[in-house]
Design a protein around this ligand. Structure first.
Ligand SMILES: [Zn+2]
Length: 184
């Protein structure tokens, strides 16, 4: 396992469209190692999601979550999000409810901003064994999945902000905004 270098805002890999992984390649040593390294990198930098383009791999793969646990559906705010490995995802919003919530990004260090996202989504993808999975997600897990999925299309959370008024460094976030934050 290895901690990978994370691409930062401005690196063209973050703006490129990632390519699907062939189903038969998912269990290859190269992709399995990439997934293991992505988890190690995400945990090292205290992230809750990391997409392959962020580690300079233009593949439709992301990892997310805060603890090793069985993945059950729906994923919601009630328990800490389990570690998930998502390959070739398709995401559709469920319902019309949209909320603003704070987001950060390992590729945009030390900055947070409020991003509107659908509250509930349905996620179809392959897992790290190449098995087809379908998950419902609400609240924070839904937000994380949408943020990571955006990375696969070269989209960053700045692009989704409807106003830049809430853009803040972490020190100022803690000082002026954290009391309004119901997610952390
Ligand atoms: Zn990100």
């Amino acid at each position: 396992m290895a901690i990978l270098k994370v691409a930062r805002l401005g690196h063209p890999v973050l703006r490129a469209k990632a390519l699907p992984v062939a189903k038969g390649d998912i269990t290859s040593p190269r992709i399995q190692r990439l997934i293991d390294d992505m988890f190690e990198t995400m945990v090292e930098y205290a992230g809750i999601g990391l997409a392959a383009p962020q580690v300079h791999e233009g593949l439709r793969v992301f990892v997310a979550g805060v603890r090793k646990a069985e993945v059950t559906t729906p994923m919601d705010d009630e328990s800490d999000m389990p570690f998930i490995t998502i390959v070739n995802p398709e995401i559709v919003p469920v319902g019309a409810s949209i909320s603003q919530g704070w987001e950060g990004c390992l590729s945009i260090p030390d900055i947070r901003g409020q991003v509107p996202r659908p509250d509930s989504i349905r996620l179809r993808a392959l897992d790290r064994t190449g098995r087809r999975i379908e998950l419902m997600a609400h609240g924070l897990p839904a937000r994380v999945v949408q943020h990571e999925n955006d990375h696969l299309d070269g989209v960053l959370f700045f692009d989704r902000m409807t106003s830049l008024d809430t853009l803040t460094y972490m020190d100022e976030f803690r000082r002026y905004w954290a009391k309004d934050d119901d997610e952390t």
